[in-house]
Write a protein that binds this ligand. Sequence first.
Ligand SMILES: Cc1cc2nc3c(=O)[nH]c(=O)nc-3n(C[C@H](O)[C@H](O)[C@H](O)COP(=O)(O)O)c2cc1C
Length: 364
Amino acid sequence: MANLRVTLCGLEFSNPILPAAGPPTKDGAMLQAAARGGAAGLVSKTISVKPAEVPRPCMAEIRGGFLNTELWSELPKEQWIAAEYRLARQTGLPLIVGLGYTAEQIAQLAPMVRPFADALELSTHYVGTNLVPILETLRAAKEAVDVPVFMKLSPHPNIQEIALALEGAGADGLVMINSFGPCLGIDLETGLPLMGSKDGFGWLSGAAIKPLALRCVYDAARVVRIPIFGVGGIASGRDAAEMLMAGASAVQVCTEAILRGPTVYGKIARELNTFLDEHGYSSVDEISGLTVRKMRQRGAPRATAAPRAELSRCVFCGTCEKSCPYGAIRQDKAVKTLEIDKEKCFACGLCVTRCKMHALSMEV
Ligand SMILES: Cc1cc2nc3c(=O)[nH]c(=O)nc-3n(C[C@H](O)[C@H](O)[C@H](O)COP(=O)(O)O)c2cc1C
């Protein structure tokens, strides 16, 4: 059993899996369900000075992802303070309180939620990409409270610049990424957009944004020392391991918890443990930032030779042959042969990633 414990800014988590701000953390009851489901800490839905008026429909599952037009909590801040945070605190888990958006709003909200908060998470989703207002929100929180302040970033193109500036201005950690967009999905029966927002646009989350989230976390981890919570498309222990390797110290999960319920946190933690055990890693810390370290030490993977095939694993499904753009693979199910033409093979690597049986591997 690997050591799943992580400590971030003095907050202790028994595993690195937390819920992300969203429907699975929309009130005290849901936060309690997240705790029962195996989350090691809680992140409450972003609240602002006024309840959100959410256009509906506001959620849709799409192929490979999820669209939403949720804003922030529809519950008034008074209800959170009177009831919801208290329910969350009953779990005994560290509670990170989500707040938004402008510096004035943060200055008003932060002292009100402080009695319940082990840390704050400030969403910059509606603050824009300009550094000045983003930094102002951080300063407003730092002046108002003495708990760690984590800054949640949307997938901005200038992520390194923002991450560095936030670290310089005293952010205690980063949370990345929020959903990506705006995006569009269309209901083929009505011909209308899936989302009920004014222009029909929504924000993309789930599996589709995982590579973008990994890139953002990796980019930030290369330039800052403060801890990063990785968010975006995490649905399994292997996804969590990938996010940790990219540079995250812990991860958050939203879409998968919406789709499969609050037991996903414990499931992902158990799968992460299995991954660590199977690969001989003794702790989460050992893989956190592994890719950053390896890229520094030896640089990017380099493939020059054709993949090797391990026939004992091959089920001769034909996937590699069908999708080889170089026509380099020939398999014959009847006589159980698989040949890779070394002259034709470009070492592109596609077949290795498509083989579900892990029968192909390539020197990198
Ligand atoms: C329906 C929905 C509502 C969300 N609401 C919030 C929110 O209130 N505050 C916030 O910071 N992020 C919010 N998010 C973004 C998620 O916390 C998360 O950053 C994003 O969805 C990527 O993670 P995922 O792929 O695991 O969902 C929301 C996401 C969804 C799908």
